[in-house]
Design a binder for this molecule. Structure first.
Ligand SMILES: [Zn+2]
Length: 303
């Protein structure tokens, strides 16, 4: 007797094979049979007219706050997502000094960048952490229906290290870069899956300032990237306006060559803004990949 049989669904098994009609039987928490399943089960689900798929990994989410208070994580869970990657685009909630002012700044960035209501974040986030490892511990202690993975966000790190200078997007000194790199290293060693940054002027604080880190120079971007190279693990995630495409591509190439690090970046097809320019971006960003660089592109459709 199986624990569960899902019958009559259209199965997409995640191997790249075409969708097919198949039942799935589960026994002791593991898939026991895929295909035609005979025999009874403690529970059966009729999936006629539905897709049956492996869980989805959402590589670009911003549920860093919600993950600390909501065990269900709707609406992600409704879409079949079983793993959420958070801390994208340089935004997140750790590290953060234990002051109302610092908490409010992190919330204001998340509110503006991702359109998540500040009132909900103020109410929900309990700030039981200051450092990134402490944030991971807080996530760890909270039960939830799906898995989460966190990245160390540049905005939080820069503000933590540079204070007002960081918020005003002043240039980082070599000492600032060293301290930021150490914090990113500490975060990845504690379990973060990488580091993220934002280079788009669309991302602003509630007061309309460009998000801390938006204009970070190459010394800062590559200085932080070095720790990923030293550790030999960690993804470098970024979003950009891509106004100066060649310059952005150049530092990204240097980053990935110097540190052999994986880069995950967001591209847009803004046909109304730059016509078919997205095609050029797609094609030229394919070249480093053909040369063996591990680059992942997250595609943002027109809107
Ligand atoms: Zn994002």
């Amino acid at each position: 007797m199986y624990d569960l049989i899902i019958r009559n669904g259209k199965l997409v098994d995640g191997t790249g094979a075409s969708a097919r009609q198949a039942d799935v039987a589960v026994e002791n928490g593991r898939i026991a049979v895929v295909g035609e399943v005979n025999g009874p089960a403690a529970k059966e689900i009729d999936a006629t007219g539905l897709l049956v798929t492996p869980g989805w990994v959402d590589t670009h989410s911003h549920m860093d706050g919600q993950a600390t208070w909501d065990p269900i994580l709707k609406p992600a869970v409704n879409h079949g997502i079983t793993t959420l990657v958070m801390g994208n685009c340089g935004v997140g909630f750790a590290p953060c000094k234990p002051t109302d002012e610092a908490h409010d700044l992190m919330i204001s960035v998340m509110e503006d960048v991702e359109d998540i209501p500040g009132a909900a974040l103020h109410e929900g986030v309990e700030w039981t952490w200051e450092s990134f490892p402490e944030y991971l511990d807080a996530l760890d202690q909270f039960p939830r229906a799906i898995d989460v993975a966190a990245q160390v966000p540049h905005c939080a790190v820069r503000t933590y290290v540079m204070g007002d200078r960081g918020v005003k997007n002043e240039q980082a000194t070599p000492e600032d870069v060293d301290r930021m790199a150490r914090i990113v290293k500490e975060g990845i060693e504690a379990g973060a899956i990488g580091f993220s940054t934002s280079r788009t002027e669309l991302h602003r604080t509630r007061e309309g300032l460009a998000m801390p880190g938006t204009y970070a120079d190459e010394a800062e971007l590559l200085g932080i990237g070095e720790v990923i190279g030293d550790l030999g693990k960690g993804i470098y995630q970024l979003v950009s306006d891509w106004e100066d495409w060649e310059t952005e591509m150049d530092w990204m190439k240097r980053l990935s060559i110097a540190n052999d690090c994986q880069i995950n970046f967001v591209l847009f097809s803004r046909t109304r803004v730059n016509g078919r320019g997205w095609r050029r971006n797609w094609n030229t960003s394919s070249r480093p990949m053909r040369k063996g660089r591990t680059w992942y592109r997250t595609w943002g459709p027109d809107r």
